[in-house]
Design a protein around this ligand. Structure first.
Ligand code: AMP
Length: 224
């Protein structure tokens, strides 16, 4: 029996579309690994690495970090053993240069993209979604002031943690720049993946579990 090639799924969508939430749900259901370049960059900023120093101000302004930095970070991460379980790319690629670099990286290891799923949302709703969100400082579970509070006030449903954090760039001004960057630089990837016959689109304005069910159906089909 030949080993199955690890699955590669891409989640596309503007900030606030729910990529992180859905990626975490897919990670749990399918045993795939969530690769968030935003998380990797925040870790680099916190650790004060050269990449982190270069990225900090750019991220605070809501702009995109250079392709070179992000591609290097992702390349290193993809070579780690756990990625053999298959990956969900959350927030990468964000430019055509990154998409082409990903194709090359995957081709080197005989892999391919199973599906690029575009989470379709309305910009107007994103500012509210983003401004109210926060995560558990221990396990990273996501919450929202209005849409998803912990069952017990101040205690994470998942791990019982009591420390929560908010991202520095989750404020109204930065969100506007992030949405602009999405439309100018990332939205063209929808056509890129459509051209490759890999694009799937889902309405991501509704209930988290309903979106997850639609996404699961796509993943089942794309990895069959
Ligand atoms: P995210 O957590 O995906 O919303 O990303 C937060 C910030 O990190 C973005 O606003 C960008 O400044 C930076 N970033 C994350 N992923 C990328 C990427 N693939 N290319 C360029 N910048 C990125």
């Amino acid at each position: 029996m030949t080993a199955k090639t690890p699955a590669v799924l891409i989640l596309l969508g503007p900030p606030g579309a729910g990529k992180g939430t859905q990626a975490r749900m897919l990670e749990e259901k399918y045993g795939l690994v969530q690769l968030s370049t935003g998380d990797m960059l925040r870790a680099a900023v916190a650790a004060g690495t050269d990449a982190g120093k270069a990225a900090k101000a750019v991220m605070e302004a809501g702009n995109l970090v250079s392709d070179e930095i992000v591609i290097n970070i992702l390349r290193d991460r993809l070579t780690q053993d756990d990625c053999r379980k298959g990956v969900i790319l959350d927030g990468f690629p964000r430019t055509t240069v990154q998409a082409e670099a990903l194709d090359t990286l995957l081709a080197e290891s005989g892999q391919k993209i199973n599906a690029a799923v575009s989470l379709e949302v309305e910009d107007a709703a994103m500012v509210t979604r983003i401004s109210g969100r926060y995560t558990c400082g221990t396990c990273g579970e996501g919450y929202h002031d209005t849409f998803k509070q912990p069952a017990k006030d101040g205690v994470c449903d998942k791990c019982g943690g009591t420390e929560f954090k908010r991202r520095a760039d989750d404020n109204a001004e930065t969100v506007a720049s992030r949405l602009e960057a999405y439309h100018a630089q990332t939205a063209p990837l929808i056509a890129y993946y459509k051209g490759k016959g890999r694009l799937e689109c889902i309405d991501a304005m509704g209930d988290i579990d309903a979106i997850a069910a639609n996404l699961n159906a796509i993943v089942d089909k794309a990895t069959a």
